[in-house]
Design a protein around this ligand. Structure first.
Ligand code: PEP
Ligand code: MN
Length: 340
């Protein structure tokens, strides 16, 4: 941190700041300029309370130098993390290979899941997704098949060799979801559920952490920090769109998150253009753009009959549209030095 003093502040003001810095267990370095005096804090100040310094008379502002997240930060881990997803094929996210996660929004029954699983595998998907516990805005809508759905998902994973990813909504679901799934998904609505983040952090399964729809990048990376700090280093970030005034899309998909995450963190970043747009026709364009921007993976929703899907049909690709998107994405991946 750097404490910038107000122009014309008095020496006792600077002395008070220096005293407080020492009280915090840090060293100080006072730089007296022609216009302003600044006090630089030396040492790891990430857990220190900035507001104490802001409250001192004569202080103009306090500027962070170190990112508040430590283990999720590139400052402490310059090499990108490469995370194995499990399953017989055990694909990795974060290396040269772009990961394609595809499957229905919700698991509706065994036969639809098997049909979709085989089709996406055939087209080149590397991970099967499917919701069994669904976070629904409306309590009267389909809530997911629960453990029955998890059983079907695990079976589809075994049949295809694909790792399976599904959402865990609460602490009491962690054990059962971890029993069947290879990858635990934390949904956008739960990104700020710190107790849940710590609970999945105590498992040995990779976690796909979706960005809260109103979370800043800082909050997103601090949520990842919760998981890693609880013992689980295998966190995959997922940009799934944020709430804005736009009404031609369900969410606004900020692809700038990709280079921003790459600069700030070593964790891989996946983009979800299905929830990010809410419109099936936009999904392939945004998937291609995400890969071009450097995303380590794409998550999309695929359904054999989107018009009759129980959830998120409007943003689900048909099996053919998915196969077509895969071909296009592969060309983009190759163009930017990746594989798909
Ligand atoms: C989902 O992946 O089906 C889902 C509910 O996602 P989100 O948490 O991003 O809304
Ligand atoms: Mn969905």
């Amino acid at each position: 941190m750097i404490v910038v003093m107000r122009a014309g502040c008095q020496k006792p003001d600077v002395d008070r700041v220096v005293h407080l810095v020492r009280e915090m267990g840090l060293k100080d370095h006072v730089i007296v300029g022609t216009e302003r005096t600044v006090v630089a804090l030396i040492g790891d100040d990430r857990a220190k309370d900035k507001s104490k310094l802001e409250a001192c008379p004569g202080v103009d502002r306090v500027v962070d130098i170190l990112a508040p997240y430590k283990i999720a930060s590139r400052q402490t881990h310059p090499e990108p993390s490469v995370i194995p997803l499990g399953g017989a094929l055990n694909p990795k996210v974060g290396g040269k290979q772009v990961c394609m996660m595809a499957g229905p929004c919700s698991i509706e029954n065994r036969s639809m899941l098997m049909e979709i699983a085989h089709a996406v595998k055939e087209a080149g998907a590397t991970c099967l997704r499917g919701g069994a516990f669904k976070p629904r805005t409306n309590p009267y809508e389909f809530q997911g098949l629960g453990e029955k759905g998890l059983e079907m998902l695990a079976e589809a994973g075994e049949e295809t060799g694909l790792p399976v990813c599904t959402e865990v909504m609460s602490i009491d679901q962690v054990l059962v979801v971890a029993k069947y799934a290879d990858v635990l998904q934390i949904g956008t609505r739960n990104m700020h559920n710190f107790n849940l983040l710590m609970a999945v952090g105590k498992t040995d399964k990779p976690v796909l952490l979706k960005r809260g729809w109103s979370a800043t990048l800082n909050e997103f990376l601090l949520a990842a920090e919760y998981i890693i700090q609880s013992g689980n280093p295998n966190v995959i970030l997922c940009e799934r769109g944020i709430r804005t005034h736009e009404d031609h899309v369900r969410n606004t998909l900020p692809l700038a998150t990709v280079p921003a995450v790459k600069r700030e963190s070593h964790l891989p970043i996946v983009v979800d253009p299905a929830h990010g747009t809410g419109r099936a026709y936009m999904v392939p364009s945004m998937a291609r753009a995400a890969i071009a921007a450097g995303a380590d993976g794409i998550m999309v929703e695929v359904h054999c009959d989107p018009q009759h899907a129980w959830t998120d049909g409007a943003q689900s690709l048909t099996l053919d549209a998915f196969a077509q998107m895969m071909r296009e994405c592969r060309a983009v991946a190759e163009a930017v030095g990746r594989e798909l």
